[in-house]
Ligand binder design. Structure first.
Ligand SMILES: [Zn+2]
Length: 288
């Protein structure tokens, strides 16, 4: 979303701007981002900054680190404006942004999953002129159990398969709460490939991970790995796919467990959030 009047672009590096706000380190929010130096400064959390530096070779002096509940101010084109970061309950380092100019208040959620902290924040923010909201699951068929219920379902499935290799679908970043729960419960790290390990190391979560396959029965792979060419062996392994899209899944293959664990709001949560934040205009930022 581009706001040329204040030289600001949010989760989109394609427009020319002097300030880029980046909610989190997922590629669909980083379109147009170049390796190395950018055209303008990037405002993000410390975790996202570490990933930008490690994975994208972004110079740290191009980055303004903004922690949640903190505000930064800028003056562009003679207009002063501020941005305040808020908790988003998505992947590690994810933020929402409240942008305030002299005549407009804009809340840009990025990807988020409603929780009590977000409810309180949304109530405190009050009415906004423009709400740019993550609408990934904005249809009534998408109703998910809580993340805790989904994690318990995964832990139970692991317990009843004590001799199997457990394979888990992850994104480049995200699903960290599941890996934390497995690590805490079964006292084994999660094997991951070099690229994934690098990301976890950058954000200080490498204690959960190992690159030694022999050290653990848990393996994390990108979701795409389990697509067309992967052949499950139900006698040897259990494949856990944690995603909100599990709701749409019919005919689950043997050896797979689809769990509707989501790091986005479900339909009811999205409706509730929009009731709390009264907005003059609502623009969806993510649709399938
Ligand atoms: Zn995301």
């Amino acid at each position: 979303m581009h706001f040329p009047e204040i030289q600001c672009s949010i989760d989109d590096f394609r427009p020319a701007a002097r300030v880029y706000l980046l909610t989190h380190f997922h590629t669909d929010h980083m379109r147009g981002l170049k390796k190395g130096r950018q055209r303008g400064r990037i405002v993000c959390s410390a975790e996202t900054a570490a990933l930008l530096a490690e994975i994208n070779a972004t110079p740290l002096d191009d980055i303004v680190i903004l922690e949640k509940n903190h505000t930064a101010s800028f003056t562009e084109c003679g207009r002063r404006w501020t941005v305040t970061a808020h908790h988003a309950n998505h992947c590690a380092g994810a933020l929402m942004f409240l942008v305030e100019t002299v005549d407009r208040r804009i809340l840009f959620t990025g990807d988020f999953r409603l929780d009590d902290e977000i409810r309180a924040t949304a109530a405190a923010i009050g009415p906004v002129d423009l709400l740019c909201v993550d609408c990934t699951y904005d249809r009534p068929q998408y109703r998910f159990p809580s993340q805790d219920v989904c994690i318990d379902r995964i832990l139970d499935a692991v317990r009843v398969n004590p001799d199997k290799e457990i394979m888990i679908g992850i994104y480049s970043l995200g699903k960290e709460k599941i890996l934390e729960a497995l690590f805490r419960t079964f006292k084994q790290p999660i094997y991951m490939t070099k690229d994934e390990f690098r990301r976890y190391k950058a954000i200080g979560l490498d204690r959960l991970a190992t690159q030694n396959r022999g050290a653990t029965r848990f393996r994390a792979y990108a979701m795409g790995f389990f697509g067309k060419y992967f052949r499950a062996n139900p006698d040897r392994s259990l494949v856990v796919i944690p995603t909100g899209w599990a709701v749409d899944r019919r005919n689950v293959p043997a050896g797979f467990l689809y769990v509707p664990y989501s790091e986005h709001c479900d339909y009811d949560e999205l409706c509730e959030f929009k009731r709390i934040v009264k907005a003059g205009q609502v623009v969806p930022t993510e649709t399938r």
